[in-house]
Design a protein around this ligand. Structure first.
Ligand SMILES: C[S@@+](CC[C@H](N)C(=O)[O-])C[C@H]1O[C@@H](n2cnc3c(N)ncnc32)[C@H](O)[C@@H]1O
Ligand code: SF4
Ligand code: SF4
Length: 353
């Protein structure tokens, strides 16, 4: 399989691949037949078909299989020494970039400050870049990501327009279920879940931002939700008993957590056998630049901390889950993220009994 990175360096930055010397080439086509990675394409020249190197970045570093196939000695590669030096240089640039990125503690501090401000300003009519303080903007965003009009009438003050999907609609929540909402914010999805699980069920919302938890608690009291409890806590270290939850939900939160592997293994721990997790989250379709990764506004806006889609899914599987992709919303990129190559991914993950 084509690897995204090679020794920590994005593959696209390593221009390592074959060069064909057409004076020697006898157009036998063996190189293109041998390589299955789409490096070569066939082109017509002087009535003859000949291979052309179209995607050198697809080439697996140090494979050299095509060179061995060539009967005419027409294929050459950059020397191994040259390649090693280039990779070392690129690794240094990558590491320097990473070194300037926020450390996990700083990420959490920055994220907390941003969401504390959003909680404080919500309902005041003021408007931040994501439209959070503005009820109409929040309603519009929410409709576009899959909430029905009926759902939007359930505790509308809890809807700050911060989600990227509608996790309670992704699976079947039953009467009596215990549901855990990771990064519950002002509690919008928790309240929707509470309606579904009824008085015999229970919903626990966990969020690390005190202002969000306080807002969610006061809305629960105001609207008389007795089956919802909001806890202050970090989703990397859940304040929840092992094996006590039927369904975990989460909406646009895990991208903000520095240690996603830890979040998924915590979700796995608290679920009972056979339990399910429904997540809507932002994942990247292309690596961000170092500048983008260091941008704290992009971090709090659910972009800079996001993983590449395949890496995200791999982390969930590594925690022990069986993963199913339910849907992918790529249009959200144009609607809300200035065209950055990302999508909102909706997955169901099961903990086998
Ligand atoms: C984009 S908002 C989404 C809120 C909510 N899920 C919704 O859809 O309205 C992200 C929320 O995740 C919380 N959060 C971010 N990182 C967290 C972490 N490591 N542990 C707990 N909560 C976290 C933030 O405080 C914030 O309330
Ligand atoms: S070196 Fe390997 S991966 Fe690269 S073009 Fe040749 S056969 Fe394909
Ligand atoms: S294997 Fe060698 S001779 Fe044959 S097409 Fe490729 S470069 Fe030309």
């Amino acid at each position: 399989m084509h690897q995204e990175t090679y020794h920590g360096v994005p593959r696209t930055k390593i221009p390592w691949g074959p060069t064909i010397n057409y004076e020697k080439c006898v157009s036998c086509g063996k190189c293109a037949d041998y390589c299955t990675l789409g490096v070569y394409e066939s082109e017509e020249k002087d009535g003859e078909k000949r291979p052309v190197v179209k995607k050198p970045n697809n080439c697996v570093v140090f494979c050299t299989g095509c060179e061995e196939q060539c009967p005419a000695g027409a294929i050459t590669f950059p020397s191994k020494k040259e390649t090693r030096e280039l990779i070392r240089k690129l690794q240094k640039t990558e590491n320097d970039g990473q070194a300037d990125c926020l450390k996990p503690k700083e990420v959490k501090k920055t994220v907390k400050q941003a969401y504390a401000k959003i909680a404080a300003e919500s309902g005041t009519g003021s408007c931040c870049s994501c439209g959070c303080g503005d009820q109409n903007a929040a309603q519009e965003i929410s409709k576009s990501i899959g909430y029905s009009d009926e759902e939007l009438r359930v505790v509308p003050e809890a809807n700050l327009g911060l989600g990227c999907g509608n996790p309670t609609a992704l699976g079947n929540l039953k009467e009596g279920d215990v549901v855990l909402d990771l990064g519950s914010g002002a509690g919008f999805d928790s309240f929707l879940a509470a309606k579904k699980v009824g008085a015999s069920g229970k919903v626990i919302g966990v969020d690390m931002t005190e202002e969000m938890v306080n807002k969610a608690k006061s809305l629960a009291a105001k609207h008389g939700y007795a089956n919802v409890e909001f806890r202050l806590g970090d989703i990397e270290n859940l304040p929840v008993e092992s094996g006590s939850v039927d369904v975990v939900i989460s909406n646009c939160v895990i991208n903000l957590a520095p240690d996603k592997a830890r979040v998924f293994s915590e979700a796995y721990r608290v679920l009972r056998g056979g339990g399910r997790m429904y997540v809507s989250d932002i994942v990247l379709l292309k690596e961000l630049s170092i500048k983008q990764r260091k941008d704290s506004e992009l971090l709090c806006g659910c972009v800079a901390g996001a993983l590449l889609k395949d890496d995200y899914i791999r982390e969930i599987e590594r925690a022990g889950f069986e993963v199913k992709i339910l849907s992918e919303d790529q249009e959200i990129s144009e609607r809300q993220y200035n065209g950055i190559a990302l999508e909102s991914l909706k997955i169901a993950a099961t903990k086998n009994s």
